[in-house]
Design a protein around this ligand. Structure first.
Ligand code: AMP
Ligand code: ZN
Length: 133
């Protein structure tokens, strides 16, 4: 059995600012928030990331993500929200217990996720798809 910081948070063994909880899922404020109400949603059971989480628990987690998004819209008027889940170190996952970030956004929050894009790769798309067959 893996036991990690988010396992401990999920069972109340480590302090957190709880937003919501049910039998399977726990949601709490990120201690290093990018914006106000930056929230993490986790399954209480330990899974590393998108590869190993049981489908049923993934459904429970994403349902809570939606519930919290709606709560923030209803209570706080937040309409613009980024939902992010990193899988693997190169994808900037730092806590290896799957979590979804809910990051409320506004035009004045000073944040900017900027992708460097490559339209020139369109010529490779057919070959790329061929590798999946
Ligand atoms: P990631 O880089 O996607 O793995 O995100 C991990 C997030 O967990 C970071 O945004 C951290 O600030 C946050 N974090 C780590 N430990 C805690 C904790 N004990 N309570 C709340 N947030 C945490
Ligand atoms: Zn864990």
């Amino acid at each position: 059995m893996t036991d990690c910081i988010f396992c401990r948070v999920g069972r109340g063994a480590s302090p957190s600012w709880k937003v919501y909880e049910n039998d399977k899922v726990y949601a709490f404020l990120d201690i290093n928030p990018a914006t106000r109400y930056h929230t993490l949603v986790i399954p209480k059971a330990h899974y590393t990331n998108i590869f190993d989480i049981a489908e049923e628990d993934l459904k429970e987690v994403i349902t809570v993500v939606q519930k919290i998004a709606r709560l923030y819209r209803e209570k706080l008027g937040m309409e613009d929200i980024q939902i992010i889940s990193n899988t693997g170190a190169a994808a900037q996952q730092t806590v290896f217990h799957i979590h979804f970030h809910i990051v409320p956004r506004s035009t004045t929050d000073g944040q900017d996720i900027h992708w460097v894009t490559h339209r020139e790769w369109r010529g490779e798309f057919n070959d790329m798809l061929e590798k999946l067959r």
